[in-house]
Design a protein around this ligand. Sequence first.
Ligand code: AMP
Length: 395
Amino acid sequence: MKTINDFNFENKKALIRVDFNVPLNDAFEVTDATRIYSAKPTIIKILEDGGSCILMSHLGRPKGKQDEFSLKHIAKEVEDVLGVEVLFANDCIGDEAEKAAQELKPGQILLLENLRFHQEEEQGDVKFAEQLSRLGDIYVNDAFGTAHRAHASTTIVAQFFMGKKCFGALLAQEIESIDKVMQTGEKPVTAILGGAKVSSKITIIDNILDKIDHLIIGGGMTFTFIKAQGGKIGNSLVEDDKLELANEILKKAKAKNVQVHLPLDVIIADAFSNDAHTNTCKIDEIPDGWMGLDVGPNTEAMFSDVVSASKTILWNGPLGVFEMPNFSKGTIALGYAIENATKEGAFSLVGGGDSVAAVKQFGFEDKVSYVSTGGGAMLESLEGKTLPGIAAILN
Ligand code: AMP
């Protein structure tokens, strides 16, 4: 796997695919610059080598050229984060971009206009990719969030850089973290899957059963498993068309010697509201008119025991409706358990959608080994798919 550390960028122009798809407010100010900070190590290494950087990204989902989606709005923020002047080209291909790239001197940065102002980007158009490729000497992909898309700048452009393409530091870290769980993880390996539905996690479960020792199930999808086993789930979230599938998963796990841990008890509510009346009961004895919205205290303790005995931990999906304070306790308790296991030497990876939001909200971001930045790309990796953006560098 070639990374930026395998190249000396002295007097080279690096064409870098970054993910600067950052949120903007009504005044076009960046409200969260995390993604810009994430690309900083790659950019700084190239500049310190004596190279220059040509940054390309998409922003939002423009229909053609729409000023509100222009990357010119974020140029100043990029400059502030990197501490280096940032030049801007009004198009990502064509004469202006090519001239600006040609004139770029070592130590300088050029930011290109939104790639998605050209529909050829998302179409993965080869001619458009070739036009992009003219701008740089070495292609660097540092955008994990779009690595699952076969777009021109994330995948197709790589074919024009044979022997001169590599992963940026962020993307390399993402790949290594997923490998640590899926390939080289020290045993026991535990996966915690929560969130709303079984249906959205089924491919992940199928793929990881061969790689894990323990599977902890929480969140809304619990109740499909409990109902499938004959339990009473009241008005809890359930996918009635997935009951058989839930039993099949449990059978498959048993055959593969994976220990499945379902909640023992549950916090129930008489409405889907933070202000609802609440109570605690056994997971399979939820009265009619009540719904399970968080795991109960016995479950917290049991899940914590499993986590603290683990050496590799993957967490995807909250254990309850963590957006409501009264139903966030189980998710927070799990966060503490993972924090402690990590302190004891376990490797912990949090990835995919809402668990990342939960980890950030409750302050565990720096307490786990790695928080993945790529939602869809992370989920597809866990499903065992080869991401086109990654394959394009490896080929
Ligand atoms: P996902 O995107 O599949 O990871 O699902 C995350 C969502 O699942 C969050 O918005 C949670 O509020 C929701 N969730 C977690 N536990 C439950 C539950 N017991 N009942 C309903 N929704 C839940």
